[in-house]
Design a protein around this ligand. Structure first.
Ligand SMILES: [Zn+2]
Length: 277
């Protein structure tokens, strides 16, 4: 069991190792408060026993609610177990509630919307809508301490998967800018270590997307005219599964260029409209 000391007793983040073959290596579940407590995210379904025993050891029976940053199974897989064990309700953005209903029918979920607060004594965390990775993805802002529970919006060292059909690259980039404006001092992410220099990390992530944009346009100019062909060209070293995911990412980048008029698409084939780069 890997329990991190965060230096902030009001926030405890616990890392659950991902089951074999998962896209991410681990996921964080975060407990806030000194008693009672609120849990943010509930981990993989495969990690339920470890997650429950961690929450029990830290919170005892004093868990007030579960809040989900988004519906993905690596964050919500243990939700039902938490709700049943502690008799609590889960909270999620209405757009995520719909997806949770499809994937986990019977899970008790109540809505939490942008601008609403998760309150625990004097601690108030504001729900900030940060879509892109998922349509109703929420981050939670503790303004007094300038700490953000960031879900999957800002990660380190990995980057966030923004893929079709539910991901949206334009929304994702706007969410990064939105979080940058908050000027957080620390971000507790959904995967990986606490981010101690959030602004530089956000800048890096924005730069990374721009670099990818340039790469994809170059590949397009060289005649690779579908996301799959571009992925084959750029992600030669990746295993097939990840290359396929790469193609989904490329599709979103290209679709954004189609909207802005720089790229045209006909019968699934893409081409530049602005001449050579
Ligand atoms: Zn996710």
């Amino acid at each position: 069991m890997n329990v991190k000391s965060t230096g902030f007793p009001l926030i405890q983040s616990h890392r659950l190792e991902a089951p074999q073959g998962s896209f991410m290596e681990n996921v964080e579940v975060i407990l806030i408060g000194e008693g009672p407590f609120i849990l943010f995210d509930a981990g993989y379904p495969e990690c339920v026993p470890e997650m429950l025993s961690w929450v029990e050891s830290r919170a005892g029976g004093a868990l007030e609610k579960l809040v989900l940053t988004h519906h993905h199974f690596d964050h919500s897989g243990g939700a039902k177990a938490i709700c049943e064990r502690f008799g609590v309700t889960a909270y999620a953005h209405p757009l995520e509630m719909r997806l949770l209903e499809e994937e986990q029918p019977g899970l008790p979920v109540s809505p939490i919307r942008e601008g609403e607060f998760v309150e625990l004594g004097e601690m108030r965390l504001e729900a900030i809508l940060t879509p892109g990775h998922s349509p109703g993805h929420l981050s939670f802002w503790w303004k007094e301490e300038r700490i953000l529970l960031g879900g999957d919006n800002v990660l380190l060292p990995s980057t966030t998967a923004v893929t079709a059909p539910r991901g949206n690259l334009g929304d994702y980039l706007e969410s990064l800018e939105k979080v940058k404006k908050l000027a957080p001092r620390l971000i507790y992410p959904g995967h990986g270590p606490v981010i101690e220099d959030p602004i530089s990390r956000i800048d890096e992530l924005i730069e990374h997307r721009k670099m990818r944009d340039a790469q994809y346009l170059e590949a397009l100019e060289a005649g690779h005219d579908t996301p799959a062909k571009i992925a084959e060209q750029i992600y030669q070293d990746l295993p097939e599964g990840k290359r396929k995911l790469g193609a989904c990412v490329i599709e979103l980048h290209l679709e954004r260029f189609v909207k802005s008029g720089e790229v045209a698409c006909a019968d699934g084939r893409y081409s530049l409209t602005t001449g050579p780069l």
